[in-house]
Design a protein around this ligand. Structure first.
Ligand SMILES: CC(C)(COP(=O)(O)OP(=O)(O)OC[C@H]1O[C@@H](n2cnc3c(N)ncnc32)[C@H](O)[C@@H]1OP(=O)(O)O)[C@@H](O)C(=O)NCCC(=O)NCCS
Length: 193
């Protein structure tokens, strides 16, 4: 089971940024997944264009070298609760894992870590909220394993019907504090239900 970490791009020192940018540019999702998410590079670009989106990189530890970037995601605090959830919350957006690394538990682990990071970047937030394409069974499964539940709300998104899922932050085991790099080994064992 891969040992997964996530790290905010804003915490990456300039000396590492160039190498990381070229590594992220080499990642991509499958063509049939483009309705669900853009490429990791496009998610990063959206974060550059809108710095209120706190973009994070998903890394897998290696025994023979530095951690390998395999995907990205973004946390978008909505303090006013203007979108699909009333009250302060964080939107989890653009989760995108390179096709060669999918199906190994990395997505589930990264979502669990993203919930902990959300509690740290937006201490007043009451929930992490996301929209997921109804046809995106793998993502819905990863979110459910990380403790998200469907609200029953559906939205007409740009490429089809999307469902709203929520993970409350006032429950048990969600308010992770600490270092800029969060880490976790494996996926299933830490899924908060
Ligand atoms: C969605 C995504 C982030 C999941 O990441 P991942 O590393 O592949 O996820 P995991 O390996 O943790 O698998 C999650 C679950 O989905 C299941 N799954 C994988 N592919 C599946 C499929 N085609 N249909 C149904 N379930 C599937 C896995 O079996 C696993 O469930 P399990 O733990 O009960 O076995 C990744 O597939 C991805 O980047 N997809 C393209 C972009 C995208 O869809 N982003 C989400 C936008 S909301």
């Amino acid at each position: 089971m891969p040992n997964v970490r996530i790290r905010l791009l804003e915490d990456v020192p300039p000396s590492e940024a160039g190498r990381l940018a070229s590594q992220l540019a080499a990642l991509d999702v499958l063509p049939e997944q483009r309705d669900f998410s853009g490429s990791p590079a496009s998610v990063v670009k959206r974060g550059v264009d809108d710095p209120t989106r706190r973009t994070f990189v998903i890394l897998v530890e290696r025994t023979d070298g530095p951690p390998e970037p395999v995907g990205v995601g973004a946390l978008h605090p909505d303090a006013a609760g203007r979108s699909v959830y009333p009250g302060p919350h964080v939107l989890l957006r653009g989760l995108s894992i390179d096709a060669r690394h999918q199906g190994r538990g990395i997505g589930t682990a990264a979502v669990t870590l993203a919930v902990e990071l959300a509690a740290r970047v937006a201490p007043d937030a009451r929930a992490v909220v996301l929209r997921v394409h109804r046809r995106n069974a793998a993502a819905r499964r990863a979110y459910a394993r990380a403790g998200f539940a469907a609200t029953g709300q559906s939205i007409d998104g740009p490429t089809g019907v999307e469902e709203v899922m929520v993970r409350r932050l006032d429950g048990r085991g969600t308010a992770g504090q600490g270092a800029g790099v969060l880490g976790r080994s494996g996926a299933g064992s830490q899924a908060a239900r």
